[in-house]
Design a protein around this ligand. Sequence first.
Ligand code: GTQ
Length: 345
Amino acid sequence: MQELGRLEDLPEDYRAALTAQNLVPLWPSLRAVLPPGKPIPRTKPTCWPYQTLRPLLIQAGELTPIEKAERRVLVLANPGHGLEKMQASATIYLGMQLLLPGEWAPAHRHTPNAVRMIVEGEGAYTTVDGEKCLMCRGDLILTPTGLWHEHGHDGDKPVVWLDVLDLPMVYYMEASYVTEGKAQAVTPESADRAYQRGGVVPSPVFTRASQPYPMLRYPWVEVRAALQALAASQPDIEAVQVAYVNPETGADCQKILGFSALMLRPGERLALPARSSAMVFHQIEGCAAVSLDGHQFSLGEADTCCIPGYTPLTLSNSAADQPAFIFIADDAPLQKKLGVYEVRH
Ligand code: GTQ
């Protein structure tokens, strides 16, 4: 590839004249914005073990009352982007949130989409658009763009969950903002269970629901059972994986980030080809090794890691007697909509 002229090759007075007119020559920066063959990601493969994160999060509970935090969150920040950017990848934000017994995180709504993957504890709930969603380990709860949400906790031990937001993307678009609200009235007849049988959706008097986010809570017991049924009924299937979808349309459950759950059978090793989307892995149960060029992460329960796009990797479960269950988030839905998604075999 042809070497291009550098900024220093240009006379200083010419460069000053360009700057004065808010003009920039492209050629000194062309290879940086259009690198040959594949992107140069800022996102570094990064792992956040829960064992080291948890005590610091509990300490945040002692140091900062909920009223002074609104959301008591430690952000899982990728050093490749700079910690102050608070992003795990170009598009994905990850935060570990702590709610103590009796605490309340007040209602608000915002343009970025959020989901919560419950990590530990019992008795907490999040109310989304009037629907009270109980939080149990492994449950996925959606807080799509624009929906009111608040968190409460009636239990007696700390509750922790992983927040996954498309905040970096929405912030980059200069479209990120929040509106504060008052406590929501909980809808008496919750839609909570209306979408939890596969293949059937509510159809009151032959009409079909038209709201864009019909299902807000995906209980882990159901998702785990689906994975185990898939593994049992299709022993030769390449990957025991299910996607969290909108039950009315079958499309990804949110528009920017995609979510799935993967079961690695005992002893299973799964090679994933390079994809353009960055990925987050969160270990729900069991242990797994994530291997990629130059890196190996051992994920134990509740550990989380982030991998840049365009990176082939392998996932393996070395346990001989125990399946491993992994929650996966990526930005494939956004990339597919924009036409830039690719898989390299
Ligand atoms: O719980 O509403 O981690 O608004 C970041 C922003 C959590 C939340 C985050 C949020 C929330």
